[in-house]
Design a protein around this ligand. Structure first.
Ligand SMILES: Nc1ncnc2c1ncn2[C@@H]1O[C@H](COP(=O)(O)OP(=O)(O)OP(=O)(O)O)[C@@H](O)[C@H]1O
Length: 603
């Protein structure tokens, strides 16, 4: 057996009893001392615990008191705020909401190319050109300039504004162009041209606002033609070079019309024999660019475009903006409106150097003007009449027509004037229905809207312009900027939600100094706010306000609010918080991200 096994088995060495007793006594003695010590410790511990408990209790009480105070304070603040809110008028509340929206608009990234934004490039001086006003105009005093502006109701804003010039000849416009203008019975400049052309000729960035049909197209095309002439004369453009400038339009139809004007002026110059041939390109969706291939094989001076196709062409390097220094946006408020501005920034990103930027429109609400102004370089603002006001040469008639009676009443309305007449509807299906109805009634009518093919749209415009068709039924597409000869009557079958659209639609008549009538159908389907916008617009233009429209009350009056126009859309009958344009802008923003210029028209 192994001894180790025993060790593990509880072996105890022997200790004598006396020794064991003594040891136990010693142990008991220490135990006694320990017990006393333990008691003391225990008592101390209990005291401390009690103190802890008392402190904890005190803390709990303090906390509860504090919480009660905070709660009370919060309640007080809350009730005070509630009292304040209750004390605020609806107008004050609306104003606060408006301010929030305005702040959001103001925080938009400024309009500049990605490179400029990334590198923080800002230009401080406008581009310079070799153009100078004649010395006798330069010698006039500022007061004399102001007198001319006053005479033509031209408002200006900006630094070092070039002088207004009352005669085309004094603007140093080439003779063949003057002759061409004369052939179209254009003898002297309109107010927007009197101030806009000299400012643009001087190389200045420009915001030009003037009512529909007041000759804005010439005001932004002439400066580009002059710049192109100057550049071509300096060093002729070879294949792959150019363009010098680009004109952006919100719809294919408007781009086509502007391009046709530019081409006519280019031809007039070339025909004279003393001026070089300037080449222009129409760059819009829905057409094959092959037909214009020969232009791309020469030096290119001017491009007229809708944004989508332009971005395509630039991205595919069909031409570049390396020599481009002029960018004009027609109907510019639409272009830089919430939702479309990304495309504009994208286009700007193709510019490699400073450009002259011009924005023109009949409607440009204050906020869009402010935003645009921040993005331009030392801009000149030229304003003829209130932005968004109706053309005073249009007699505006608003009629209450029940929905089901509209078609029959339309026939009656068509008797008011001789053709050509435009009928506007907001809805594509309704446009088709109206055309069908008119055709059934034996009226030569064409229709145009965003879902029609490019060929159908071109055919409609061509046959209506040539006089082959008497009536054109159109959706909003045809309302912006299209210049048809002698339209005497515009019928608005369904009133657009945005008053700006109404202003553009009635503006297809009463152009270049002629008069025209606009008849608008409204009924209980027309929102009160739209009716209010319309009522104020009629009052502003000193038009007759029918009783049913006069009776539409403005809730802002009851709330004691100020009757300011909406800074987002310019409508006079509402504030920002219920602006129809903001909703639409969001919708369009989403649409524009899905890609534009694929079907509807530029936008
Ligand atoms: N100085 C002028 N005198 C007479 N007619 C002019 C003059 N300038 C332009 N016009 C003519 O006036 C018509 C309207 O011009 P334009 O289309 O440029 O107007 P607009 O201001 O651009 O209108 P909108 O805001 O509707 O686009 C055109 O037929 C044009 O030829």
């Amino acid at each position: 057996m192994d001894s180790n096994t025993y060790d593990d088995d509880g072996y105890e060495p022997y200790i004598p009893l006396a020794q064991r007793k003594e040891a136990r006594l010693k142990k008991l003695a220490t135990w006694g001392a320990n017990a006393e010590k333990q008691r003391l410790i225990q008592r101390q511990k209990e005291r401390e615990e009690q103190e802890d408990e008392e402190r904890e209790e005190q803390r709990r009480k303090d906390k509860a008191r504090k919480e009660r105070t905070l709660l009370l304070e919060a309640q007080e603040v809350h009730s005070k705020r509630a009292q304040e809110e209750a004390g605020k008028t609806a107008d004050q509340k609306a104003q606060e909401a408006d301010e929030e929206i305005l702040a959001a608009i103001a925080s938009r990234r400024k309009l500049a190319s990605d490179m400029e934004l990334a590198k923080g490039i800002t230009y401080t001086e406008a581009l310079t050109t070799s153009w100078r006003p004649p010395h006798y105009i330069r010698n006039r005093s500022e007061q004399e300039h102001a007198g001319i502006r006053e005479k033509f109701h031209i408002l200006v804003d900006g630094d070092d504004i070039p002088p207004p010039i009352e005669q085309f000849a004094d603007m140093k416009i080439p003779k063949p162009l003057l002759e061409d203008l004369k052939s179209k019975r254009i003898f002297s400049p309109t107010p927007i041209q009197i101030q806009g052309i000299p400012a643009a000729f001087a190389g200045r960035d420009l915001i030009g606002i003037a009512f529909t049909g007041s000759g804005k197209t010439l005001a932004f095309c002439l400066p580009l033609l002059m710049t192109a002439l100057e550049e071509e004369k300096k060093l002729p453009f070879m294949r792959g070079e150019g363009p010098v400038g680009v004109i952006l339009c919100p719809s294919r139809e408007l781009a086509t019309q502007t391009y046709e004007n530019v081409q006519q002026w280019c031809n007039a110059l070339a025909k004279d024999g003393n001026y070089p041939q300037l080449n222009s390109l129409l760059c819009i969706g829905g057409i094959s660019m092959k037909e214009q291939g020969h232009i791309l094989n020469q030096g290119l001076h001017i491009v007229v475009a809708t944004p989508g196709r332009l971005i395509d062409m630039l991205s595919n390097k069909r031409f570049t903006f390396n020599n481009c220094k002029y960018l004009c946006m027609d109907e510019a408020d639409r272009m830089i409106d919430l939702g479309f501005e990304d495309d504009v920034r994208n286009i700007m990103s193709f510019f490699t150097r400073q450009r002259q930027t011009l924005l023109f429109s009949a409607t440009m609400p204050r906020k869009i003007q402010d935003f645009a102004q921040q993005s331009l370089i030392k801009p000149v603002l030229v304003n003829v009449g209130r932005a968004g006001a109706a053309n005073l040469d249009v007699l505006q008639v608003v009629e209450y027509v029940k929905q089901e009676a509209k078609m029959v009443y339309l026939l009656e309305c068509l008797q008011k004037t001789a053709p050509p007449v435009i009928v506007f509807s907001e809805n594509k299906n309704e446009v088709d229905d109206i055309q069908e109805y008119l055709l059934l009634k034996g009226i030569e009518a064409v229709a145009i809207h965003g879902s029609k093919s490019q060929e159908e749209r071109q055919y409609a415009i061509k046959s209506f312009k040539s006089g082959a068709k008497d009536v054109m039924v159109a959706s909003g597409v045809a309302s912006k900027g299209l210049d048809f000869n002698d339209i005497q009557h515009v019928i608005i079958f369904s009133m657009p939600k945005e008053i700006e659209d109404y202003v553009h639609q009635i503006g297809r008549t009463g152009r270049s100094g002629k008069t025209g009538i606009a008849t608008t159908f409204v009924n209980m389907n027309t929102p009160d706010q739209t009716l209010l916008d319309l009522k104020y617009l009629l009052m502003e233009a000193s038009q007759k306000v029918p009783p049913f429209l006069a009776s539409v009350e403005d809730p802002r009056i009851a709330q004691g609010g100020a009757l300011k126009g909406c800074p987002v859309c310019g409508g006079l009958g509402h504030g920002i918080s219920n602006c129809p344009k903001l909703e639409d802008a969001q919708r369009r923003q989403m649409a524009s991200h899905r890609g534009n210029d694929t079907g509807g028209g530029g936008y």
